[in-house]
Design a protein around this ligand. Structure first.
Ligand code: TRP
Length: 332
């Protein structure tokens, strides 16, 4: 049986953090064993919010290195850079004729960006979901692992695919947001307890794969706690639950059990818990960081990876575009 095709994209706009790692990238690494996977560094998308390209190349290289260090294997998946695949831009052009101004203006992410960057409401921002649809449809992918905030974009992608199929012929399968690990989907909150760990959060409240050991320890030491529960078996406040989420991810089960019991018995010492978490987090993160650094500096290897990804991605994209052009009668 043919494997289902998975595609996801990640913007090269910042450092990969633990929210990206546990919420997305680690799952992608599992998916590549089971599915036909495409993972794309979407540098064109980043231009809609980050027009300054001075650091773009470094960011793309670092992101690729961090993805590989996190377990993506360029031999098991197609790992590539969006701007290496001009077929995406051509499909974007066609899909733009199927996307209506009104619905683009009503997109939640667009409205957010208008608020965040009122001086740069560019057309690329408006049609961001169309470019994302092109990313997905160019490989006729069906399964798109994304977080909740991206579901509207996937729905829009389905609409464009349906409109295309209806107007020109059945070319595209309809993709869906893909939550493969169901309830296991892990959300990492910021260490301050407010909102998700994210690229735009205060850097001290976010753990980045690139953080050195001391910084990891310091950030965890400063994570929000309180004076502890006063009633047996209390519910945990969000920021405490988040520390438990982290310790479950990186510490051994007996360590977790001990702190759970201490919490339930109202004798927990958060200082001790954070010290343990800091050490176990360093043990978990430092090999990934070291591997990423080594890859990032190995430009020969990186350029091989990029070229390999480009070839595989363009082969698949070229097939789709051929069908698209034939369906549209753009084949003189
Ligand atoms: N918009 C996505 C985000 O902000 C990134 C993205 C671009 C993407 N193209 C994609 C995600 C295609 C999934 C599929 O996270």
């Amino acid at each position: 049986m043919q494997k289902e095709r998975v595609l996801s994209g990640i913007r090269p706009t910042g450092f990969v953090h633990l929210g990206n790692y546990f919420g997305a990238v680690r799952n992608w690494a599992k998916m590549q064993e089971e599915f036909d996977c495409y993972f794309c560094v979407v540098d064109w998308h980043s231009l809609t919010t980050h027009p300054d390209t001075k650091e773009l190349k470094d960011n793309v290289h670092r992101l690729l290195a961090e993805l590989i260090a996190s377990g993506l294997d360029p031999e098991k998946c197609v790992l590539y850079v969006q701007s290496d695949v001009p077929e995406i831009a051509e499909l974007y052009l066609y899909l733009n004729t199927m996307a209506y101004q009104g619905e683009l203006e009503r997109t939640v992410t667009f409205k957010d960006k208008v608020r965040q960057q009122p001086d740069n409401v560019n057309a690329g921002l408006l049609t961001y979901p169309v470019l994302q649809a092109a990313d997905i449809l160019i490989h006729r992918a069906t399964n798109v692992p994304v977080g909740k905030d991206q579901e509207q974009h996937i729905e829009m992608t389905r609409n464009y695919a349906e409109r295309f199929n209806h107007r020109y012929g059945e070319i595209f399968p309809l993709p869906k947001a893909f939550n493969y690990y169901g309830d296991e989907l892990i959300k990492i909150m910021s260490l301050s307890g407010e909102g998700k760990m994210s690229k735009s959060e205060n850097q001290m409240n976010t753990l980045y794969l690139a953080d050195d050991d001391e910084l990891v320890r310091t950030k965890i030491k400063k994570a929000r706690t309180d004076s502890g529960p006063t009633e047996l078996n209390s519910p945990k406040p969000d920021y405490i639950e988040n520390l438990f989420t982290l310790i479950r991810l990186v510490s051994s089960p007996d360590v977790v059990q001990r702190f759970e019991a201490d919490f339930n018995n109202c004798v927990i010492r958060y200082g001790d818990m954070k010290k343990q978490l800091g050490e176990d987090m360093v043990k978990f993160m430092s090999p990934i960081r070291e591997k990423a650094l080594a890859i990032q500096h190995d430009k020969t290897y990186l350029s091989k990876v990029i070229q390999h990804g480009r070839e595989k991605a363009r082969a698949s994209a070229g097939e789709t575009l051929k069908l698209v052009r034939e369906a549209m009668g753009i084949n003189y």
